[in-house]
Design a protein around this ligand. Structure first.
Ligand SMILES: Nc1nc2c(ncn2[C@@H]2O[C@H](COP(=O)(O)OP(=O)(O)OP(=O)(O)O)[C@@H](O)[C@H]2O)c(=O)[nH]1
Ligand SMILES: [Zn+2]
Length: 202
């Protein structure tokens, strides 16, 4: 495995102080971050979010997707629980990278949906590889998780790397008029479990 643990530090946030753990992947020079709160080791399942980088949603307040709202909601829920983990994976644009995501957005501006846009650019609908989580989980001694996600692929991916998901917790927030079609495509083509009801409070 090409993932190496580098260092940890404190990360104060509006929701509380996390511990931030840095990892590097020598295969592609990607730098990944894991935030933990409380003692995540041991038998007791850990409240967890596996979050793929979305520069536009997480840092630039984009309303094209639900990423920023989901990240904040996860930090909030973990702070309330006092214990949890967020894997912040540098798999921008479902693994196609930022510039290709901009290309995909341009195609979506012209009428394609998020899956059609990826495919028109020669990519699969979702190019992410979750096996990189295995060394991170081992380093942090996490044994079981309760996963905040609407994406059944993430649950299956954890099974594939041998990390029990004892519960999937729906994580639906951030719906707005700009991302309605995107969320509909996630549900219809990518298999996300999304209700048409209003979002949960976060
Ligand atoms: N290629 C592409 N990527 C997008 C688009 N919109 C958002 N993304 C990326 O999709 C990814 C969303 O990842 P996550 O927040 O982990 O969410 P998810 O797999 O949708 O599942 P949840 O756990 O239910 O949120 C991020 O990497 C975003 O950059 C798009 O239109 N095209
Ligand atoms: Zn996003």
């Amino acid at each position: 495995m090409t993932i190496r643990y580098v260092e940890s530090s404190r990360l104060p946030t509006p929701w509380g102080t996390f511990e931030m753990h840095g990892f590097e992947d020598s295969a592609n020079n990607k730098e990944h971050v894991v935030l933990t709160m409380g003692d995540v080791r041991g038998e007791e399942p850990v409240l967890a979010r596996i979050h793929s980088e979305c520069l536009t949603g997480d840092a630039l307040f984009s309303l094209r997707c639900d990423c920023g709202a989901q990240l904040q909601a996860a930090m909030h829920k973990i702070a309330i629980a006092g214990r949890g983990v967020i894997f912040y994976l540098r798999q921008e644009g479902r693994g196609i990278g930022l510039l290709n995501k901009i290309r995909a957005y341009k195609l979506q501006d012209c009428g394609a949906d998020t899956v059609e846009a990826n495919e028109a650019l020669g990519f699969g609908a979702d190019m992410r590889d979750y096996s990189i989580l295995k060394p991170m989980i081992e380093q942090l001694q996490i044994q079981k998780i309760r996963l905040m996600t609407n994406n059944p692929r993430k649950v299956k991916a954890m099974k594939d790397i041998g990390l029990p998901v004892v519960e999937r917790i729906a994580h639906q927030t951030g719906r707005n008029p700009h991302n309605a079609k995107y969320l509909q495509t996630k549900k219809g083509k990518l298999g996300h479990i999304l209700s048409d009801e209003a979002d949960e409070e976060s």
